[in-house]
Each structure stands twice: as structure tokens, then as C-alpha cells.
Design a protein around this ligand. Sequence first.
Ligand SMILES: [Zn+2]
Length: 470
Amino acid sequence: MSAILDGVTAARPPCVLVVGLDCLSPDLVFDRYREQLPAFAALMRQGTWGRLRSTDPPITIPAWTCMMTGVPASRLGLYGFRHRRLGSYVEKYLANATHVRVPRVWDVLSRAGHSVGVLGVPQTWPPAPVNGFLVSDAPAAGSAAFTFPAELEAEIERAVGRYRFDVEGFRMADPDRVLDAIRAITCQRFELFRALSASRGGDFLMMADMGPDRIHHLFYRHCDPAHPRHRPGHRHTDVVLDFYRLLDAELARTLQGVPAECHVLVVSDHGAQPMLGGFCLNDWLIARGWLRLKQPVPAVRDFHEGLVDWPNTRAWAWGGHCGRIFLNLRGREPDGTVAPEQASAVLDEIAQALEAQQDPSGRLMGNRVLRLGGPELPDPAGDPPDLLVYLGDMRWRALGSIGHTDIFQQENDTGADDASHHPMGVFIHRGPGRPQGHRAGLRLLDVAPTILSWFGLASVDGCEGRVLDL
Ligand SMILES: [Zn+2]
């Protein structure tokens, strides 16, 4: 009797399954490889899909955290993995879960009494308590605890053996060995997700895997004829396609038996595109007189703040997928040279010079410079850089290293690299509603409020995404 009444009065909680694939490319899934990816193609046919606009900056940290809160990176105060403490030349930190001060989807659901399971999502270490289970990303120290509850580590070991977070030093090692490791880690991640979903369950279950990101950085030139270093007929020509097929097979296995009324999301934090080369941002600042070193460096070396002649420096940079430029601001930095009233003019000058920069063939690079605290990124929290620099829409990587004879380099200064991030990622949803096919205008910030709406919950303070009608 009571069971029948329960069925009438209490709606069953929704079930949500999120498969996060870092750097998964919409160009490859939706277009080039679609015919060869039956599981992805079936989900698209049965649901709603489109390109997902990432955040600024479109990099792994902060993008996954933005996706799981609906809050833009500048409001979260997250500008990458590494951060510089404002006002210090030397104090730096890595942004982990303790730097996320807004509840993520699984925190909100846990507090509302829903059960959750989270596996491998970036920026989840150290693991925080949830109403369910959480397996974090790689700990800062190798042996630190990485699961909630703690005893889950033993269950993981029994289910899939030693858990692997990522390929160590993937840019430096032999590509064939790295390829085997990437494939093994991806398979283990999916297998563990299925095992934990079966053994522990949850109203909300999410996994993330770094495999596609690693594959793109190492092998993208072989899959894209438009890549400047593409060589037709190379033995690695099909590596990327084969990896996408592996993802497709794992996805098919994972979705087996998932009921039709369940919401399934396949998402990526950003996409991929050919990396044309590196642009030496600090050497460029030196050549134009904004940055001065205590003495010239005789050979290429990593940039270090200790090399800088601060009383004669107005700005310096960090490299990465996008460049970060810091102003040596009087009253903020210990040896600040730029008066606060001049700051805006100096930043404009740097931005204009970057936007006018030509590539080696004499064409405009198409650089875009975003001002933190400007109209696009107002009131930045945390320790923001002063400028974010997208070089040629990120087709060029920003190199922080110094002492190059040429501002343009073929390769990344942190090891092998074929791919840059693209600001558009993947969004595929299948759920109880009517399939809507292709959808334009989807944003990464819309994912969290949409998931919470399925549970009848409001989005978190500061969320700038909207609820998608799916
Ligand atoms: Zn990523």
C-alpha cells in the first residue's frame, strides 16, 4: 500500500550520467569521424547536440569547474593551473579543489539529499565529502588520499588494479609507448566508471578522461591535412581516429542498459585545432622595451622572475595555451614601475601592439587580448593576470621561455605539441524529452544550471549560464 502511495506521491529522482572527454573535438565527432563512431552518432540522432562555447580562458583548469558551477572563470578567480600571488614576484600556487569556493553540481545535489558519484574530474583533489563517492584527479603529492570515502581506494584496486591518473611527462616520452599508456588509462577510467556506477550507484554520475587531450597534443598533425607539419602516409595517420573509435566503443559499453528516461551528457571542456607554432611572448616584450633582464641570456632558457631588472620593467608574461601578461604596478608589486593612473594606457599599448602583430608570412596573426577588469571580464576574483592573450585565436602557443633568436618557433617549449585548444567543445544530450537535433548557441556555462533544473534545484550564486530547454 505504502509503496503504491510512494509511487503516486513521490516522483523518482532523475538519473543523470555525464561522460566528460577532455579536449574532445566537435570537428572530429560531428563531422570528420561521425560515420565511424556509431555510439556517438546514435546519441546525436536520439538527442540534441552542438558546439559548446568554452570559457575564458578555454583551458582544462578552469573550464571543468566553470562547467560544473555555471560561473565564469574570472568570477571563480581561476586563470589556469598555475597562479601568481598578486603583488609578489615569487609566490605561486597550483589551483586545486581548495581554490574552488563555489559549490559544484555534485555539492548542490549532495546537500539536497541526492546521491552522486564523481570520477576523475579535474580540480577535485583533495577529495571533499559528497553524498556518494568521489575519485579525484592527481594528488599534488603522489601518495596522498584521492577518494571519498577513503576506503574506496581499496575497492578501486580490487576492481581495476592500480589506479592511473594520467601519463607522466607525456610530451617528452616515446610516442608509441605513450600511446599505449593513454589507451590503457582511458579504458581503465571507463571500466572503473561502470564498476562504481554498478556497485555504488547515484542519481548523478560523472566521469572525466584526459585521453583525447593527450592524443591531440601528441598526434594531431597526423589526422589533420591542414596541419603545417602534416606528412601524408605517416604510420601515425590513423592514431587519432583509432582513439576516437576506442572512445566510441567504451561509450557504447557504458550506455548499455542505461534507461531511456535517464539524461546522458557527453561533453568536452574545449576542442582542438592545429598548433601552428610558438610565439615568444617574453622575448617580444623584451624586444619592445616593456621587459628588461638584469643581463642578456646567452641561450634559450626558462623564464624566471629572478632574472628580471624590475626597476626597468613594465610588464612580463607567462606562457601556455594562452598568454598571461602582468603589469609591474606601483603600489602592488614590490618594485612596481607603472603608476596606477598610467596602467590603462600601458595595457592598451601592449594590446594594440599584439593585435597589430604579423605572422612570419606578413599576415596579421589575428591576436585577441582580453583585459581583466575590462568589459568582457569585469570584477575578476582571486589573483588575475592583467591581460589574457589569445595568439591567432590560440593557433599559436604563448612561449614564456627567453633567449630565442626568432619570436616565432615551430615547437612548444615544454615538449612535443601538435594541438592548440579551440574555444568550441562538444555537447551531446540524450534524455526523456524529444530529440532536437543540432542546436547552435550552447555554452559551457549552461551545463550546471540545466542539470540542477532536472532536480528542481536553482543554480548557484554567480551562475551566468541559463537552463537549456532539452
Ligand atoms: Zn581540457
